[in-house]
Design a protein around this ligand. Structure first.
Ligand code: AMP
Length: 194
């Protein structure tokens, strides 16, 4: 997003922002997010479509964590088609389930600037403190073992049809996510250039 200047739109960030501010949307989403369940399509689709109507998406955008169901993918295509737009690429970063659990369980996020660390793979210089801004690091509630397992189970169940949907339209880009962040970033950038 920094390199292309395209808006980065993360459905999870939007939910956490709304939950933090205790908005109506946040109140509706909280019980699902806390348990590691998908927020119902109707709520999620409305939130993303609302975000996509803002002017900073006119030049293009990068969605992160959306779509996660076929209903979301189809709603997205429909709305974009109405505005003469389309999804150019769908990036699938492949990571084994064991490695996903390891990455999520060790993740710490800065409560202020949202920088992300991992207690083993990418530790901050001082434990619990953000290198960038000195604020306190926190663990997401849904990065606890119970919700982590639930999230992976629920999300993998929905993944295959989505992958096939974008593969069938010639839009799918597959990346090996097993490497370190720099290696994955390089592969991602290469794959998006072509
Ligand atoms: P994430 O930050 O992508 O890990 O998402 C955190 C949580 O937000 C998920 O576990 C879901 O509860 C909810 N969420 C994020 N994106 C979606 C989506 N596309 N559809 C339904 N729920 C979502």
């Amino acid at each position: 997003s920094e390199k292309t200047g395209l808006a980065h739109i993360s459905s999870g960030d939007l939910f956490r922002e709304n939950i933090g501010k205790n908005t109506d949307l946040g109140k509706k989403a909280k019980e699902y997010v806390d348990q590691g369940l998908l927020v119902p399509d109707e709520i999620t689709i409305t939130m993303i479509m609302d975000r996509l109507s803002r002017p900073d998406t006119e030049r293009g955008f990068m969605l992160d964590g959306f779509p996660r169901t076929m209903q979301q993918a189809k709603a997205l295509d429909e709305v974009l088609a109405n505005g003469g737009r389309t999804i150019d690429r769908a990036v699938y970063i492949r990571v084994s389930t064991d490695e996903l659990v390891n990455r999520l369980a060790g993740r710490w996020t800065c409560s202020k600037c949202q920088a992300i660390y991992h207690e083993v793979n990418q530790p901050p210089k001082q434990a619990g403190v953000c290198d960038n801004c000195g604020s306190t690091l926190a663990q997401r509630d849904d990065d606890k073992p119970g919700p982590i397992r639930k999230r992976i189970e629920v999300q993998l169940a929905n993944l295959e049809p989505l992958v096939e949907y974008y593969r069938g339209r010639g839009r799918l880009v597959e990346i090996d996510g097993a490497g370190d962040p720099d290696a994955v970033t390089r592969e991602l950038e290469r794959s998006l250039e072509g």
